[in-house]
Design a protein around this ligand. Structure first.
Ligand code: FE
Ligand code: FE
Length: 168
């Protein structure tokens, strides 16, 4: 795009830009999760992170399919928001010595990531429907559903065991 035009002109451009934002985020999360699995102590938490890593790889594949259906090349744009969330998670967890407290910190960080994804997918589903792309909307909804389920699962692990162990 040139000097006198902005890159995002239409709702469709905005949709594609936001797809690229979450595509970047999902790829970044794929790289961050193995480190979180390694740091986690609680067996259910480790298993939950491992399962979500597999799901996250599936999210990237669904996004590839959304790009294909929409007729644009798949790819990411920088997303400083997810960079910040992941950077903060790494900073905080590197300062926690106690293993149980570290688990609580890891869950808090992971839930910040899930909520970021949920806000992006919620928006993308609504926009895909508005743009006449129910095919894209249902793939994006499938990702959204897994983010929501993961968020609820993390709440359950935190409230049933990890928080109490950390506070003990
Ligand atoms: Fe995801
Ligand atoms: Fe996720």
């Amino acid at each position: 795009m040139g000097w006198f035009s902005k890159d995002i002109q239409t709702m469709d451009d905005l949709f594609v830009h936001t797809l690229r934002d979450i595509y970047y985020a999902e790829n970044k999360i794929t790289k961050a999760l193995p480190g979180m699995i390694e740091k986690a102590t609680d067996s259910k938490l480790r298993a939950g992170f491992a399962e979500h890593l597999k799901e996250t790889e599936g999210h990237v594949r669904r996004l590839d399919e959304v790009f294909r259906l929409h007729g644009v090349e798949s790819g990411g744009v920088n997303c400083p928001a997810i960079d910040g969330i992941i950077e903060e998670a790494a900073d905080v967890s590197s300062e926690v010595a106690d293993k149980q407290v570290l688990d609580a910190a890891l869950i808090a960080a992971a839930q910040a990531v899930e909520h970021y994804e949920m806000t992006r997918y919620g928006t993308l589903v609504a926009w895909a429907k508005e743009l006449g792309r129910p095919d894209c909307a249902s793939l994006l909804q499938a990702n959204l559903d897994e983010e929501k389920a993961t968020d609820m699962r993390l709440t359950k692990i935190a409230e049933s065991r990890v928080n109490a162990n950390a506070a003990a």
